[in-house]
Write a protein that binds this ligand. Structure first.
Ligand SMILES: C[S@@+](CC[C@H](N)C(=O)[O-])C[C@H]1O[C@@H](n2cnc3c(N)ncnc32)[C@H](O)[C@@H]1O
Length: 241
């Protein structure tokens, strides 16, 4: 198994483009809406040191946690869906000279009061559902991908407060999120969420534009007559406590 990416270079500008999804270690692109491992790798190398405690509150298939294991960070992955955690567990099941095995916890990240104490975390990478454009479950009450836009933004408000509470002072919370389109109009989900975090008290350090490649919906729309542009970018907000 190849544990480290070939030709990996740290990003230096505010526009990120990964045309090939990274395939090192156990990374795979088959979990709906998962992110390329180049994203957490870049963020971990820029904003954390070895032994730091890293939280991924919407860990899905475990992309961030695999990188934590490879880079000797103490990863904590939370997801509300046990099926996601099973996938993450399988992907973390590889031998590597690591000091820390990431922890996986089933919980609702909009309320972590009984799970993570105040000011415990050195870095957060959050990749929430993009409102309800991909539903991650049919019947999990706390799954925020089942909510309408207003309810979703309310829950993201609670979530941002939890991020502020669990993060150490001066540390970074990063959020990967894209906009969505409804009835041909764009809903600026990214900026809505950015503003929620700013209102919670975070300082906005960076807005990074990440191009979207290998997106299933691009194939769906490819040969259809449409009078709007396909959304092909997402944001990574870098927010400091
Ligand atoms: C966009 S995916 C994350 C993908 C992940 N970055 C990866 O690379 O696999 C969003 C995840 O949020 C989870 N989720 C939804 N509501 C949640 C909640 N209230 N608390 C924790 N996780 C939640 C979903 O089950 C889903 O796995």
């Amino acid at each position: 198994m190849v544990y480290n990416p070939k030709n990996f270079e740290l990003e230096t500008t505010s526009i990120w483009r990964f045309t090939e999804r990274g395939k090192w270690a156990t990374h795979k692109g088959d979990y709906r809406g998962n992110c390329p491992p180049q994203v957490p790798r870049n963020l971990l190398l820029k904003y954390t040191k070895e032994n730091n405690i890293v939280l991924d509150p919407f860990c899905g298939s475990g992309t961030t946690l695999i990188e934590c294991k490879l880079l000797n960070r103490k990863g904590i992955g939370i997801d509300v869906n046990i099926d996601a955690l099973k996938i993450a567990k399988e992907r973390l099941n590889f031998k590597f000279k690591t000091v820390y095995e990431p922890k996986l916890i089933r919980a609702d990240s909009t309320n972590l009061q009984n799970i993570i104490p105040n000011e415990k975390i050195d870095f957060i990478f959050a990749h929430p559902p993009y409102s309800n454009i991909i539903k991650y479950s049919e019947d999990i009450k706390e799954d925020i991908s089942r909510l309408n836009l207003t309810e979703f933004l309310n829950q993201m408000n609670s979530f941002s407060k939890e991020c502020f509470r669990v993060l150490k002072k001066d540390k970074i919370c990063s959020v990967l999120i894209g906009d969505i389109r409804k009835n041909k109009n764009v809903i600026p989900l990214g900026f809505n969420i950015m503003n929620i975090f700013i209102q919670t008290g975070f300082k906005l350090n960076e807005i990074i534009i990440k191009e979207q490649h290998n997106c299933k919906m691009t194939d769906y729309w490819k040969n259809k007559q449409i009078d709007f542009y396909l959304l092909k970018h997402e944001y990574i907000f870098i927010l400091k406590k």
